[in-house]
Design a binder for this molecule. Structure first.
Ligand code: ADP
Length: 736
């Protein structure tokens, strides 16, 4: 904001000084002339009086008119004044300027009258004789009839020119002093203006919310300096308080923002004081709308929520916590816990409602109770049968041993079912909790399918169901766990046989998934099929299309649930296609153990891990995503600087790697161990575990003796050898 120049404080200050100077000039101009004149005339008349007395003594006593003209003329010339000698009766005895006989009687001249009365008299008047203002000074010489008046007259024009000259000089001096004063006043008012402007700028900064520090420079310690100092201190203190408040507010805001729980704070009338993002989301508030200050009715009109809000606002929190469950529009569930919003004196201002999302808890609760009901049901059926037959056998054993055998056969079948059920439940529990270790090793698909088919060959031929396999030639191994994959195939083929009638056909096939490093294993049957509406739920625990039929066929309802968990753990995908009365095809696709995908690889060498570090660096560049590469040495001492240097030359940054000992490597998770040791007297370390091993005979470059260039050349040679081998191992494009 620019203020008008003539409205500024500096201008006002300067202007007032200017006006004072002007008034001074006017005063001087008006008063100086009469003052000077009065002073000068009184001074002059005093001198003329003295001169008159001297003349009285010098002039001879001659009583006749005109007798003293010659003396008067001489003395008048000397005194440069008009000298007149007057008899007490007014006759002029002598005059320096005119023949006295022609002059009129002076008895009534005021100065003469006064001089005759008191000895001296003065008057100022216009002289008709010389035609200008004159100062007359008369003194009486003698007394009585001998008395005479000596009068000296001077033109006042001389006085005026003296006064004018004095006034001019004084005026010039005054002008110079005032000019200097005005300049000083201008400088001072500008300085003052600048300092006041700094104060204004400071206040503006403060008003804008920035708290200027070191805004004022240290000065002369005058009142403005003290004011500036106090303002600076005030600004610093306000800034500290402000920052504290902002930090406090930010802290609360970020706590509220990052909270998983929704928070809604209401005043006593149900108006929203605060609502955090999760609460707004849960209650489906309009996104981006500031709800503070609005009524809770604008947030939601759900009667259940409003009842909870009413309940919370009217609740006596001394009785404990107000807690209710609420089902939201989208089927989610929240638990609303409310406490009172109290002020410092403990008066209730409103209520704080915290919304906990308990949807997952509700779902788990439902799953758990479903599971318990299902398990109890599944257990009850065989147990009831077993108890029934055992009681019959105990209380009234059948006379016919054949009947008894039949009964025992039934008991045996049900107990087998019971043990299968508990076994599968345990497997499922281990899979779900992650307790079951699942290896990821290259597995030959043909061998896997062959082993599974062997289990069912007999059963299939007895049921008169065709069981065959179709394998694409030259299939790469899949990456997985042999036992678990066998379990997957057994469950799927078991289902296929169970739900396919005699004369049907089952084909187990394996082929590469198009365009991907994956292999698809499919079990297709020509059985009863699964209705479309059941397909989405078919992998749920205990879910069966036809419970009675499944049970009759010895099914537990857990087979596909186990399959789904194993396939997921192996990064696989499960798809089930089915058409009623036509058949079902279950497809499992798994990552192929290609060269890039060799599972977790450990490079191991003797000494500090230079060679294995280099191998790790190149392997990280080549290996498929998700595979873990480890390196270790027998005496790790940190990465050798020359290793870093030669790897940098090859465009690989290994500064993020570390030099590990074998103990730091999870050996049980390793799928391939590569040892990089020289053929000489070095003894290659042998890690525990069953992972396949590979040996790359390579000398330790650290052991090479010689100057730096020689050692560096050895490092480069080993590096190039390692790079070639790693690229070959992972089948990646040579980088040179
Ligand atoms: P079960 O032990 O009952 O076979 P699963 O989990 O293996 O349990 O299968 C669940 C349900 O899926 C079975 O009860 C059955 O209804 C249906 N099902 C599974 N595989 C097939 C298939 N090949 N043909 C027809 N229905 C099948």
């Amino acid at each position: 904001m620019r203020r008008r120049w003539n409205n500024s404080l500096a201008f006002k200050f300067f202007f007032s000084y200017f006006v004072v100077t002007l008034l001074l000039f006017a005063g001087f101009y008006l008063y100086s002339a009469p003052l000077l004149r009065r002073f000068y005339v009184s001074h002059l008349s005093l001198r003329m009086e003295q001169e008159g007395r001297v003349l009285a003594r010098v002039l001879p006593p001659r009583p006749d008119p005109g007798s003293l003209d010659a003396e008067a003329r001489r003395l008048g010339r000397e005194l440069r004044a008009r000298v007149t000698v007057i008899a007490p009766d007014g006759r002029v005895l002598g005059d320096s300027d005119e023949p006295s006989q022609t002059m009129e009687n002076h008895a009534f001249r005021p100065e003469v009258i006064e001089a005759l009365r008191s000895g001296a008299g003065a008057a100022t008047r216009y002289s008709t004789t010389v035609r200008y203002q004159m100062l007359y000074q008369a003194v009486r010489d003698g007394s009585g009839a001998q008395a005479r008046i000596i009068r000296i007259a001077m033109p006042l024009s001389d006085v005026e020119s003296v006064i004018a000259s004095v006034r001019r000089t004084l005026l010039l001096g005054l002008l110079a002093v005032s000019g200097l004063g005005l300049l000083l006043a201008l400088g001072f008012s500008r300085l003052l203006g600048r300092r006041i402007k700094r104060l204004v700028d400071f206040s503006l900064e403060l008003a804008r919310g920035s708290f200027p520090q070191n805004f004022f420079s240290r000065g002369r310690n005058d009142e403005i300096d003290v004011l500036e100092q106090h303002l600076s201190e005030m600004s610093a203190s306000i800034r500290d308080h402000f920052e504290q408040l902002v930090a406090e507010k930010e802290k609360i805001a970020s706590i509220l923002r990052c909270m998983v729980e929704g928070v809604l704070v209401l005043d006593r009338n149900g108006n929203i004081l605060l609502i955090n993002e999760p609460a707004a989301r849960m209650l489906h508030a309009e996104t981006g709308r500031d709800l503070a200050g609005t009524s809770v009715l604008e947030l939601s009109r759900r009667p259940e929520l409003l009842a909870i809000v009413r309940g919370a606002l009217g609740f006596d929190f001394e009785r404990g916590l107000y807690s209710r469950e609420l089902e939201l529009k989208d089927g989610c569930w929240v638990r609303v816990n409310a406490t009172g919003l109290l002020n410092g004196r403990g008066a209730v201002l409103g209520s704080i409602l915290v919304f906990h999302d308990i949807t997952e808890l509700k779902r788990l609760e439902a799953v758990r109770s479903d599971f318990v009901a299902n398990v109890s049901h599944e257990l009850r059926t065989p147990l009831t049968a077993i108890r029934g037959y055992v009681e019959t056998l105990l209380r009234s054993p059948p006379a016919d041993p054949e009947v008894a055998r039949t009964f025992l056969g039934i008991v045996d079948r049900h107990s087998e079912r019971l043990s299968r059920l508990t076994e599968e439940l345990l497997i499922l529990a281990d899979l779900e909790s992650g307790k079951m270790r699942i290896a990821r090793r290259p597995i030959d698909v043909a061998q896997l399918i062959q082993r599974a088919l062997e289990v069912f060959a007999d059963r299939a031929s007895k049921k008169n169901v065709g069981l065959e396999h179709r394998l694409e030639p030259d299939l790469p191994p899949v990456l997985g766990d042999l036992d678990r994959l066998e379990q997957v195939l057994i469950n799927l083929i078991d289902n296929a046989i169970k739900y396919t009638d005699a004369g049907g056909e089952i084909v187990v096939s394996a082929a590469r998934a198009r365009g991907e490093d994956r292999i698809e294993i499919a079990v297709a049957d020509t059985g009863c099929g699964i209705p479309e509406q059941d397909l989405p739920r078919i992998t749920e625990r205990f879910y069966r299309v036809d419970k009675a039929r499944s049970r009759e066929l010895g099914g537990t309802g857990l087979g596909l649930a186990i399959v789904k968990h194993i396939v997921q753990a192996l990064d696989g995908r499960l798809r089930i296609e089915s058409a009623v009365r036509k058949g079902t095809t279950v497809r499992v696709d798994l990552p192929a153990a290609t060269q890039r995908n060799r599972g977790n690889v450990l490079f191991l060498c003797t000494g500090n891990s230079c060679r294995s570090q280099m191998a790790e660096g190149f392997a990280r560049r080549c290996a498929a995503d998700g595979t873990r590469i480890y390196s270790a040495g027998t005496r790790p001492k940190g990465i050798h600087p020359l290793t870093v240097r030669v790897m940098n030359e090859a465009g690989v940054d290994i500064s993020g790697q570390s030099s590990k000992s074998l103990e730091a490597v999870p050996v049980s998770e390793i799928d391939l161990v590569v040892t990089l040791c020289g053929e000489s007297d070095e003894e290659c370390p042998v890690p525990a575990g069953t992972a396949p091993r590979m040996h790359w005979p390579l000398p330790d470059p650290v052991a090479v003796q010689g100057d730096e260039e020689t050692v560096l050349a050895a490092f480069r040679k080993v590096r190039d050898e390692i790079r070639a081998r790693v690229e070959e191992l992972f089948g990646c494009v040579p980088s040179r």
